[in-house]
Design a protein around this ligand. Sequence first.
Ligand SMILES: *[C@@H]1O[C@H](CO)[C@@H](O)[C@H](O)[C@H]1NC(C)=O
Ligand SMILES: *[C@@H]1O[C@H](CO)[C@@H](O)[C@H](O)[C@H]1NC(C)=O
Ligand SMILES: *[C@@H]1O[C@H](CO)[C@@H](O)[C@H](O)[C@H]1NC(C)=O
Length: 737
Amino acid sequence: MSQLTLHLLLLALASCALASHYYGGTMTYVSKGQNPDGSFTVDIRYKETFRTGCSTYNRWSCASGNCGTITSLQSGRVDSSSAGFNWCHSDALMTRRLSSDEPFELRMASCCWITNTAGGGLSWRLLTHIDLGTRSDTLAPNRSPVTTVIPHIRLPSNCHRNINLLAHDPDGDQVRCRYGLVYNVECSSCQQHSNFYLDEDTCVLHHYGYTSVGARVFEFVVEDFPTQQISVSYSTGSWASKFPLSPATPSPSSTPYSTAAPGGTPLSRIPLQLIVRIDGAVPSCTEGVYLPRLLSPTPYNGEVFDIAVAQELEIHLKAQATHSLLSDFLISGPLNITEQKTFSGSVAESTLKWTPTENDNGVHFPICFIAESKLGASVYHSEMRCVIVRVGPRAGEANVICSETTMTVEVEKSSIIGLHADHLRLNDPSCTLMSNATHVIGSMSLNSCGTQLEEDDENLIFKNEITTVEDPTAVITRRHEVEIGFSCVYPKTGRVSLEFRAHKVPFIFTERGFGKFTYQFEFYHSSQFSQMVDPSTYPVEVPLKEMIYMEIESSSSIPNTVLFVESCRATPIDDPSYHLYYSIIENGCIIDDTVVVYAENGPDYKFGMEAFKFIGNYDEVFISCSVILCKAGDPSTRCAQGCSNSTAAPAVHHHRRRSVALETASHYISQGPLRLKRSSKESADTVRSDLSSTSLNMNLVFIAGTLLALVAMVCGVVIFKSKHPKVRYQELPNSEF
Ligand SMILES: *[C@@H]1O[C@H](CO)[C@@H](O)[C@H](O)[C@H]1NC(C)=O
Ligand SMILES: *[C@@H]1O[C@H](CO)[C@@H](O)[C@H](O)[C@H]1NC(C)=O
Ligand SMILES: *[C@@H]1O[C@H](CO)[C@@H](O)[C@H](O)[C@H]1NC(C)=O
């Protein structure tokens, strides 16, 4: 025991001997990690309630292990009451420095509880078991359960009321609430009151009514257990196994754990003590009559709020009672929480405000509240509700800009104080960020820097994250000190264009931007697809029956996506829905037999076909394709199904509802209405003569016969024209064909 602790303990013992003033308390802790010198820091938060005075004294002594030294201690009043019984509830933050992460126990032992059914002069005893060892499952120190309570809860003697004790575990462990059992250590009355029943798994304290009037002392212990066997290791090299509450052998999950829970080794053990005062009978046990009823927008019990460091939390409470006057809201919460209350007869409202500081980052804070009303000398309490506030990294201004191939995120430097761009990285650690005087800027293509592709019903979502660089040689970790998730969302529906929308979100946790994909539809000179036909040289003249090479590309090479060409059709005018058309590809099936596919099942689709023209007085051919972009590797996407006409005659626009979640809707490629044009009278005649004898129903002529092929090679010319038909491309070099 350190000199200071001993001194304070003696002082505390001397100052409060036999004073009947204690209303209960609790303690939770959070590891703050290892210091550069090898020592460990822990933040311990404890709440105490006393009849008089709102100052907290450190009455904690070291019961076992090495409890280290106190490096800082601050405390303050949270709430107080003078409704018949005076009390003041305070919260303290005690920081301790420890030489190792091995378990230790803090104990508070003094006198006395307020006068209660066990009589006067009852001492109080609290014990907290703190273990800062590293868990094998989370690879981090265990976090204790989070709890608090209104220290003085009043129940009418004639009503069945439940008290929902808060037992939240930040690590998702199983939490058990039980009565203190070890006399003089966990409890001093160690009494389990009749007409009360504690459900140890849900931490609900049931009051069955018909109880005699008076204050009852409840000395609970809250423990967290791993959900499967884990080990906890220490800096000294030692370790310990921790077992879950229930046996590992499978049991029907519907069966709750019996109250006599077998085995289980708690990871931590914290006290939760309060007074429940049984008052005289109330004329009606119905809430909202004498007992106040909590109304919307009061949060529900167990609700979770996520806020960022330096962001103000605001919780609105409202209560009503028709036969009593609302007089107070009792609250328990973190230091510096403020309350703004308004009462107007049968309705009361309150706004709780609290702003977490940098030190609160990553910590889960409990807040509990009760509405109180009065009628003459009678005091009535509403149910108690508790919520959890999870504090995340500081919020800031970030901006995401999405193009069809890139994501750019701009984060205000003021949002990430103390961190240089050099200490930040993207998913792929080799991608660094740039910065100017005011912003940190990350720019990446959709397929670089570890960008991940996800999908939902309507969008393809590209995600990346800015995190803090972890130095493997560092002694302390600042993991997740900054975690800026950002994404670009590409809607599955909509026309292909080059317009983008950027969405600005004020918080740093997830930033989304919106963009649209574009597709390119280009001609190539050969099946090598090495040389694109320069659009400025359009229209290209290609002899009929010669192969034309086309490539459809989704933006650039977008990662993990498959481009699927669902249909391609040729029309004589620039309108894909024109009644006169020729199908080249339909339902992913190749209809025209001259089509050769050179590349598919990837981000681009390369194919070729023999040149043709429409029968009749049409000089031009437009080709338009509908394409779908799917996440690669998912066998249930439309892309993976390939050629399939099994679904009942899908319209080109609405199809395959069944798998809509897995792929984009069809996009019409709007970039490449292509024109094919005869350039010589001779070929026109050839075509026309052929027209009369074949495939009239298609309104299309294919120069397909072997005999005609030679003629076509010599005479037929097809011209490909872009939207900029300024320059004529006269004959392609033979080598390219
Ligand atoms: C409470 O507020 C005071 C004054 O603003 C501040 O110095 C202190 O750090 C705060 N404490 C906590 C735990 O937020
Ligand atoms: C820094 O970059 C951001 C984002 O590109 C820009 O808005 C801002 O004006 C730049 N600031 C300076 C000082 O150049
Ligand atoms: C569907 O495809 C099969 C061959 O895969 C074909 O025989 C059938 O005619 C097609 N049906 C339609 C409606 O296109």
